[in-house]
Design a protein around this ligand. Structure first.
Ligand SMILES: C[S@@+](CC[C@H](N)C(=O)[O-])C[C@H]1O[C@@H](n2cnc3c(N)ncnc32)[C@H](O)[C@@H]1O
Length: 214
């Protein structure tokens, strides 16, 4: 089992430094407790998107725009549509997107992802969908937006291992226990979905990669 703290730190140390704006965003997220994607997770996702040559990407859960801007920088030809409902984060994301010089690549849709389907529809279909919002609603996000996925499309879902808690037999907090149960139910549903091939990678907080079956 190649999954330990030392190795994790070693891998993270090998990633090249991000540009100053991304470092600033990472610091902002850390200081303001904004849960942006973990480094190993995002680097893995970016590499998958490069291999896949995704050019139209839908993201559910913008936060401050970190992953959207990382995708835009990694795939300069790509257009990213990203959804966020938190007003303060929307404002911060807008500021970072303006400062990045990549505003033309990114469309930020404001509102609850389960209620903005009409606004999203006109931007589809998508090569890739990245789900990184309320963990208890992953199945709903997946079912709603997979409709707008191209035949060769890929869905990436973050936090499916939820700090390893999905493999814990006993969890004290009832709230966390319920959330873990929902994530586990999503994982079981996804891995047995008749229309998708999926795999879960134990990087970052656990990412699931799903592609439509041929
Ligand atoms: C984990 S953060 C996203 C991090 C971002 N993808 C990144 O890595 O930079 C999840 C975000 O999803 C937003 N969110 C949660 N549920 C949502 C929903 N139903 N509709 C829209 N946004 C939602 C939260 O407000 C939060 O900012």
């Amino acid at each position: 089992m190649l999954n330990n703290e030392k190795l994790h730190s070693y891998i993270e140390s090998l990633f090249p430094d991000r540009n100053p704006l991304f470092s600033e965003m990472e610091n902002y997220a850390s200081e303001h407790h904004v849960p942006i994607m973990e480094l190993a997770g995002i680097e893995t996702m970016l590499q998958l998107l490069r291999i896949h040559r995704s050019s139209r990407i839908l993201e559910v859960g913008t936060a401050i725009g970190y992953s959207a801007l990382r995708m835009a920088a990694a795939l300069p030809e790509a257009k990213i549509v990203t959804i966020e409902r938190d007003i303060e984060r929307i404002q911060t994301a807008k500021e970072y997107i303006q400062r990045s010089g990549r505003a033309e690549q990114i469309t930020l849709i404001e509102g609850d992802a389960l209620l903005v389907e009409d606004a999203v529809r006109s931007h589809g279909p998508f090569d890739a969908i990245f789900i990184d919002a309320a963990k208890g609603q992953y199945k709903k996000f997946f079912e709603l937006y997979a409709t707008y996925l191209k035949a060769e499309g890929m869905v990436i879902t973050d936090n499916v291992l939820f700090k390893g808690l999905v493999a814990e037999a006993e969890i004290e907090s009832k709230r966390i226990r319920n959330l873990v149960k929902k994530i586990d139910e999503f994982n079981q549903w996804l891995m047995n979905h008749p229309e998708y091939d999926s795999v879960i990678l134990p990087v970052g907080d656990g990412i699931a990669i799903s592609t439509k079956k041929r």
